[in-house]
Design a protein around this ligand. Structure first.
Ligand code: CMX
Ligand code: CO
Length: 145
């Protein structure tokens, strides 16, 4: 079902400061920056490697406000790992399969994610305390805006 780890999402207060730290310390490169209003985040993807069905990345996340998933997380737990995202061939199919196995779905259908991907989240309480994201990379050659 999972083809690779697509990304690890890290919650932070100051996106620019964290980008500079990851670039300077780990020699990673930002390949995309986006504001995703639906998810309540300003974010950057830093490329690590290419894998089956797409790349793998670090996703740095700054909340757009306190009443957002990442804003609430920062208030409660402070900066740190917010979620782990796995690459799947088909998010809608994976949701159906995983939901059928009793895991609560935070999204009933796929939403828009970074770099033209389709994403959906699983409830952390049903996945050993880990907020879990499913990612389907965009079709090759598709418009990724
Ligand atoms: N990782 C692990 N556990 C988490 C968590 C996280 N990121 N966020 C919340 N929880 C835990 C809480 O600690 C809480 O546990 P306790 O009851 O034991 O304290 C429980 O889950 C419920 O949390 P809550 O604070 O009551 O609920 P929230 O209103 O904060 O909602 C969640 C939590 C996961 C449902 C919500 O954040 C969500 O829907 N997330 C999915 C969307 C998202 O995170 N988008 C941002 C990233 C976008 C991207 O990657 O592109
Ligand atoms: Co993510």
């Amino acid at each position: 079902m999972f083809m690779r780890i697509d990304h690890v999402g890290i919650a932070c207060h100051d996106l620019e400061e964290k980008i500079a730290f990851f670039e300077r310390t780990f020699e990673l490169t930002v390949v995309a920056r986006e504001v995703n209003e639906e998810q309540g985040v300003k974010e950057a993807m830093l490329h690590i490697a290419d894998g089956q069905g797409g790349g793998s990345y670090i996703q740095l996340l700054e909340p757009l406000g306190p009443d957002t998933p990442v804003g609430k997380f920062l208030a409660k737990r402070g900066e740190g790992v917010h979620h782990v995202a796995f690459g799947v061939p088909d998010v809608a199919q994976a949701l159906e399969t995983i939901g059928g196995r009793g895991v609560r779905l935070l999204d009933e259908k796929p939403r828009h994610g970074s770099m033209g991907s389709s994403i959906a989240f699983l409830h952390p309480k049903d996945v050993g305390g880990m907020l879990t994201e499913l990612v389907q990379a965009p079709e090759r050659g598709a418009d990724t805006t």
